[in-house]
Design a protein around this ligand. Structure first.
Ligand code: 5GP
Ligand code: ZN
Length: 122
């Protein structure tokens, strides 16, 4: 299996994971557009929206809701855009939902590790 996101699930490739359960994993994008740019993926390999089941889709959105709240508390985000690419505009062919925070104030793009530390601090 050459899927990069399956390798992240199997921990063959490391990731800055901010949420995980038996069905999904959420981790920081390696090339963030903005501080806190996160991907939520199902642990089972689905290619895109066409083969993802509704139960998993709903769960992914429940996790998105939880992470929105976490980012409001830890990163002081002012808005959040959800994006999900399919077909030619999808680079990694394992279903993923992008969470892209919005900030009223212009932000310096921080190292992913620093954003991870902010999200993890209690
Ligand atoms: P797509 O265009 O498929 O919706 O976006 C794929 C996303 O996955 C991109 O934003 C890209 O930066 C991210 N990505 C690709 N490879 C890796 C990786 O190995 N680790 C992490 N954390 N993100 C990745
Ligand atoms: Zn996969």
């Amino acid at each position: 299996m050459e899927c990069i996101f399956c390798k992240i699930i199997n921990e063959e490739i490391p990731s800055y994971t901010i949420y995980e359960d038996d069905k999904v994993k959420a981790f920081l994008d390696i090339e963030p557009d903005v501080n806190g740019h996160t991907l939520i993926i199902p642990k089972k390999h689905y290619t895109d929206i066409s083969d993802l089941d509704n139960e998993t889709l709903t769960h992914i959105f429940d996790v998105a809701r939880y992470l929105k709240s976490l980012m409001e508390t830890k990163l002081q985000i002012d808005g959040l855009t959800l994006v999900q690419n399919n077909g030619d505009v999808q680079e990694v062919k394992h279903f993923h939902l992008h969470l892209k925070p919005h900030y009223q104030e212009e932000q310096v793009l921080l190292p992913v590790e620093d954003v991870y530390e902010k999200l993890k601090e209690s």
